[in-house]
Ligand binder design. Sequence first.
Ligand SMILES: C[S@@+](CC[C@H](N)C(=O)[O-])C[C@H]1O[C@@H](n2cnc3c(N)ncnc32)[C@H](O)[C@@H]1O
Length: 282
Amino acid sequence: MPVQPDERDAGDDPCVAVPARPAAAHWSRALAGWAVPDHLEVASTARGPMRFDVARFARIAEHALRIDGPSRQRASEVLEAGGAVLDVGCGAGAGSLPLVPPAGHLVGLDLQPDMLAAFAARARALGAEATTIEGRWPDDVGRVPEVDVVVCHHVVYGAPELATFAHALAAPARRRVVIELTRRHPLTWLTPFWVALHGIERPTEPSSDHAAAVLAEVGLPVVVEHWDKPRPAEVEDSDEQVRFVRDRLRLGPERDEEIRALLAAHPQPAHREVTTLWWDVG
Ligand SMILES: C[S@@+](CC[C@H](N)C(=O)[O-])C[C@H]1O[C@@H](n2cnc3c(N)ncnc32)[C@H](O)[C@@H]1O
């Protein structure tokens, strides 16, 4: 078998190859298993590229203001009044808006300009200064200012190079980095839909424990906190859910009734098992 770029020969035996960073290699391989099969991607290109829905994430951001959990606590406890927070993959700001106050300046970085507009409007409505950066992490780490805390919520299952991604999160942080992610891949609940509508099984890995192992492997002093997060009831609008499933499974509207029936049998859970990963910097 060819030796992969992330592998090296072990010890004295040139025939035994082990990954130089087994946790990182496992994370990337497991994430690759979630790729949508090529034939479905090709068939769906006419429907345009996949984007995150700003209305959905605006509601998630507003709901986040009512939730007190480890992610919010770990970030706020090291912020002084008026402190600065960078929110990477900010969406509409669910990771950082709940930190105002004590935070007084929120910097949001996201790929989508519509998310940045939703984020900035909400940050200013809370009385915070807002700075937006349209960019891609970690490529645009050089464009962000130094801040007290960096938060990054529900982005890392899209980061196959997680160690590089996480090291970049620490670069602008004076005090702490706080990552939130679901215990399992966020699209795990769609597995029965894939089986019923495409006859395709989905992977069961990676999990947040694998993410924590990647960070520990590169020497980041990561602390792991698992908890249950209530889902906002307003996000459960049934047309929106049908559209969500249709887009994720690369289907056309002619399958909506089947999706509706499956949603009745396999509703999105009311609580999400999530994990907060955090570490102090410096
Ligand atoms: C699932 S949403 C999470 C949004 C928000 N953090 C939250 O918790 O509601 C992921 C967001 O990250 C952005 N995103 C994904 N990968 C990114 C990357 N490499 N760099 C910057 N933004 C990214 C997407 O555009 C989207 O707005």
